[in-house]
Structures are given as structure tokens and as C-alpha cells.
Design a binder for this molecule. Structure first.
Ligand SMILES: NC(=O)C1=CN([C@@H]2O[C@H](COP(=O)(O)OP(=O)(O)OC[C@H]3O[C@@H](n4cnc5c(N)ncnc54)[C@H](OP(=O)(O)O)[C@@H]3O)[C@@H](O)[C@H]2O)C=CC1
Ligand SMILES: O=C(O)[C@@H]1CCC=N1
Length: 277
């Protein structure tokens, strides 16, 4: 990203997801002096400032007033309480607002911001930390082309970005890629535990499971084959993989994954309903 076209960005809430994005941005060469983080945790902020060189504050309004783009990165349940005291700062500064909160709709957020502001909903994921994130994006009508290009550039600096045409599609994005890293981590935990049960030392089983996830992920992203084609190459007829796949299929893996994703999307819709003003 060119420095002269680089927006100044503030993260309201400096937790897991904001930390992953802002560290990813800095690793990709985004200027640290263009980044603010606001959070009640002074020790957390001090450590982050020392590590990254960004500007930090416990005063959310100070961060809003200093930037062109504000990323709302607090828990959905905390958002209303965070936004209402910031209405004056938002109206004065009129930054682009990017909410990464699961569930909360543009209509609810605009109500809490007090007046229609350019607003993007983004659903990123934690691999942003390593430049391997993927974010689903949805923009309201107030968002200019330049502001869209800022959000794309920031999202692409830490991974891939895709625009969805309907806001409701973000609940599906949340269920697939927002929460998705945790599914792969859970599978890795389960595979490592199975390896241990088969007689491997715990550390070795974990290393094998982790490195297999890395290799499989790289093959998925770096080769043109579909997941099914890649799977077929591992699965020798009458061999070991076929036996394992048979168990996954007999036990209903597809149904299980479908139910899990449905539950995640349902929870996103419930959050929206529970928290709307
Ligand atoms: N984690 C993930 O993988 C993803 C998360 N998201 C979304 O990102 C958002 C943040 O999630 P996550 O990073 O996991 O949560 P965290 O709890 O790690 O981060 C939230 C941060 O906000 C801080 N905070 C609390 N109150 C305020 C306040 N009044 N002003 C400023 N900051 C405050 C919290 O401090 P304290 O801890 O002291 O309360 C914490 O540091 C959520 O809305 C979530 O839906 C989206 C995609 C993926
Ligand atoms: O679990 C959550 O609610 C957040 C949103 C997607 C990933 N983490």
C-alpha cells in the first residue's frame, strides 16, 4: 500500500482479532504510525505499543478523532455501550466505520452511531496474523469507492477479501471462515489425540497433526485441484486412507459439519436479534 494513500486506522478494542489484523498489517509493511488501538487495558496497550510501534490510548474518542477509518473490534455484547458515548466524536470526524462484530447488522450499528455514517461490515479471521486471513465484506450505500478500496487494501494486506452482495450472507461467511479456523484446530487436536492413543508420544503426535494441516492447507491453496481431487490422490484403493474415510462417512461427517455451520450462522442471527436496540 502506498504511504500517501494509506488511511489512518484505529481499532476500538485491542483483543484477539484486532491484534491479529494489526500485527498482520505491520508485518506486511503498513506504517505503524498510521495505526491506533484503543482499549481499557493499559498493560495490554503498553505491550502492544512496545511490540509494534503503534499509537495507543484508553480513550476511544481520541482514537476516533485521529483517523480516517475506525475498526470496531469489541465483542458484540459490548458494542452498544462502546458506541453511544462516541456519537459526538463519530459525527465530528465522520470516519469510515468497519465493524468486525459477529451478527450485528448495519441497521443496528447505524442506530448506535447516532446518524448514518459510511459503514462496512467485515467478517475476518485470525489467520490474518500471518497474512493468510480471509474476510467477507459488505458495504452500505454511504461508502465511497475510495473507502471501499481502503477496506479491500487493508483486508488484502492480511489475506483475501471478498464482497458479498447481501448483508445476510455475512452470517454464512461467519459460519464458514470467521469461526472456521477453530474447526480445523479442533480436528488437529482430535487427530493428535488419536495418534497418541495409537502409541505416539504426545509431542510427536501433535507435530505430525499440525504439519499435516499445514501441508494440506498449502495444497488446497497452492494447487489447482479441488479438495475432492486432492483427497483422491491420497486414497489408494483398498488402502489405509479409504478405511479412515469410510468411518468419517459412515459416522456422518458431512451432516455433522453442516449442523455445526448451521449452528454458528443461527448464533450470529440470534446475536443480531438479542442485541438490536
Ligand atoms: N476472534 C475471532 O476469531 C474473530 C472475532 N470477530 C469479532 O471480533 C470482535 C472481537 O473479538 P475478539 O477479538 O475475539 O474479542 P476479545 O475479547 O479478544 O477483544 C475485544 C477487546 O475489546 C476490549 N474492550 C472491552 N470493552 C472495551 C471498551 N469499552 N472500549 C474499547 N475496548 C474494549 C476488550 O478488553 P477486555 O478484555 O479488558 O474486556 C478486548 O481487549 C467480536 O465482535 C467478534 O465477533 C470476528 C471474526 C473472527
Ligand atoms: O466466535 C465468535 O463469535 C467470533 C466470530 C467469528 C469467530 N469468532
Amino acid at each position: 500500500m502506498q504511504k500517501n494513500s494509506t488511511p489512518r486506522v484505529a481499532f476500538i478494542g485491542a483483543g484477539n482479532m484486532a491484534g491479529a489484523i494489526l500485527r498482520g498489517l505491520i508485518q506486511q509493511g503498513f506504517p505503524a504510525d498510521h495505526i491506533w488501538a484503543a482499549d481499557p487495558g493499559q498493560d495490554k496497550l503498553d505491550a502492544l505499543a512496545k511490540e509494534t510501534g503503534i499509537q495507543v490510548t484508553t480513550d476511544n474518542a481520541e482514537a476516533v478523532m485521529a483517523v480516517d477509518l475506525v475498526v470496531l473490534a469489541v465483542k458484540p455484547q459490548r458494542m452498544q455501550q462502546v458506541l453511544q458515548p462516541l456519537q459526538t466524536a463519530f459525527q465530528q470526524q465522520r470516519p469510515l466505520v468497519v465493524s468486525i462484530a459477529a451478527g450485528l447488522t448495519c441497521a443496528t450499528l447505524q442506530g448506535w452511531l447516532g446518524e448514518a455514517l459510511p459503514l462496512v461490515r467485515s467478517m475476518p479471521n485470525t489467520p490474518s496474523l500471518l497474512g493468510a486471513g480471509v474476510a467477507g465484506l459488505y458495504a452500505t450505500a454511504e461508502v465511497s469507492d475510495q473507502q471501499k478500496s481502503w477496506v479491500e487494501a487493508i483486508s488484502q494486506a492480511v489475506g483475501e477479501a471478498v464482497w458479498v452482495s447481501e448483508e445476510s450472507q455475512l452470517e454464512a461467511v461467519t459460519a464458514v471462515s470467521g469461526s472456521g479456523p477453530a474447526y480445523y484446530f479442533l480436528f488437529t487436536e482430535a487427530l493428535a489425540a488419536a495418534g497418541e492413543k495409537l502409541g505416539l508420544p504426545a509431542e510427536l503426535a501433535l507435530k505430525l497433526a499440525e504439519h499435516t494441516a499445514l501441508g494440506a492447507g498449502r495444497m488446497l491453496s497452492e494447487t489447482p485441484e479441488t479438495p475432492a481431487e486432492l483427497r483422491a490422490r491420497v486414497t489408494s484403493p483398498g488402502g489405509t486412507t479409504a478405511e479412515a474415510i469410510r468411518i468419517f462417512e459412515e459416522q456422518g461427517l458431512h451432516k455433522l459439519v453442516d449442523e455445526a455451520a448451521q449452528a454458528a450462522a443461527k448464533r450470529a442471527r440470534e446475536l443480531a436479534e438479542e442485541l438490536k436496540g
